[in-house]
Design a binder for this molecule. Structure first.
Ligand code: PEP
Ligand code: MG
Length: 325
């Protein structure tokens, strides 16, 4: 380790060629902001807004949600605060929504699919987010998108939320960016089309790896097959970044891969604009980005994309990262 974490917090994440990568924090509640700020996070790249819904008997109301979102938006200051609409279902069931038990919850009524079928829940959340946006630099992010139609439907709910807030005379910001998570293979494959419908992409590798490889992200029996270095995953990510940039929108990543220091050279070379991770990972990812110039990282990316096996790619990256230590 070259630096203490406390020193790294004040440095920016730039390569030796001066290419900047924004490093943001993944959080589940306003309380997580203390650690995020201490580690030098440039805002929040993923606020998992379902956490305030868990461990209770009913959904938090608009005021409760507004208070949580406002607290985080204010702590982000000038930086962007990306609030993901609730990602309930899958591994995060909610008994009070009375969703039928499913054989395959990860392929079932989850995330945006619940939001679009439960307008009362979705509009309440959107109203709380739009109100919080009056206090900071807030963006809305939709989870588990597979089609442009879902983005259009969500946008109609955003408009409806604005109409209701106007009627109720509540202060809010109308111009809030709307982005999507790229965490299904479908979204990655049609990224070019989706890019014209939204303001940013954030790649969710936890689910993207699970759905691309057909490997349950939580099942220890298949965990040796679960790797974000699988060539299929790397090619999807590379394509998503290119698709987003062709359409002039920023592309970030907020899955666990973004906090993997071995992945940092590849992701930087692919051109990811923002990496969002759990706060403790920020200093080490930053340190790796600062260690190389763009050409070194481009070369290791080109080499990685020729390899056929996730383990070989990982070994290549271990050697690469260590060589400069
Ligand atoms: C992801 O899928 O990578 C992601 C960030 O979302 P979550 O882990 O909350 O499913
Ligand atoms: Mg996910």
């Amino acid at each position: 380790r070259k630096y203490q974490d406390s020193q790294v917090a004040t440095l920016v994440a730039v390569t030796k060629s001066n290419t900047k990568v924004q490093l943001a924090a993944n959080i589940g509640s306003p309380a997580d902001m203390t650690a995020a700020i201490k580690q030098g996070a440039e805002g929040v790249g993923l606020f998992r807004s379902e956490f305030p819904f868990l461990g209770r008997d009913a959904s938090p109301n608009e005021e409760e949600q507004f208070a949580a979102y406002k607290a985080v938006a204010e702590q982000c200051g000038q930086h962007l605060c990306v609030i993901r609409t609730m990602d309930i279902g899958g591994d995060k069931p909610l008994h009070y929504l009375n969703i039928n038990k499913e054989e395959n919850p990860f392929l079932g009524l989850r995330a945006i699919r619940i939001s679009l079928t439960r307008p009362e829940l979705f509009i309440t959340q959107l109203k709380a987010i739009l109100r919080a946006a009056a206090y900071g630099n807030v963006a809305i992010m939709l989870p588990m998108i597979i089609s442009a139609a879902e983005i259009a439907a969500a946008r109609r709910f955003v408009n409806q939320a604005q109409v209701e807030l106007t009627k109720e005379g509540k202060a809010f910001r109308a111009a809030v960016p709307l982005g999507i998570m790229i965490e299904t293979p479908a979204a990655a494959v049609i990224a070019r089309e989706l890019a014209t419908e939204c303001d940013f992409f954030s790649i969710g590798t936890n689910d993207l790896v699970q759905y691309t490889l057909a490997v349950d992200r939580g099942n220890p029996a298949v965990s040796s097959l679960y790797s974000h270095f699988h060539p299929a995953v790397l090619r999807l990510i590379d394509g998503v970044v290119k698709a987003g940039h062709e359409h002039k929108i920023w592309v970030g990543m907020c899955g666990e891969m973004a906090g993997d220091l071995l992945a940092a050279p590849l992701l930087t070379a692919m051109g990811l604009d923002k990496l969002s991770m759990n706060a403790p990972a920020i200093p080490r990812v930053k340190e790796v980005i600062r260690r190389f110039d763009d050409e070194q990282m481009r070369q290791v990316l080109v080499k990685a994309l020729t390899l056929k096996d996730a383990n070989d790619i990982r070994s290549l990256l271990i050697d690469f990262v260590q060589q400069a230590e």
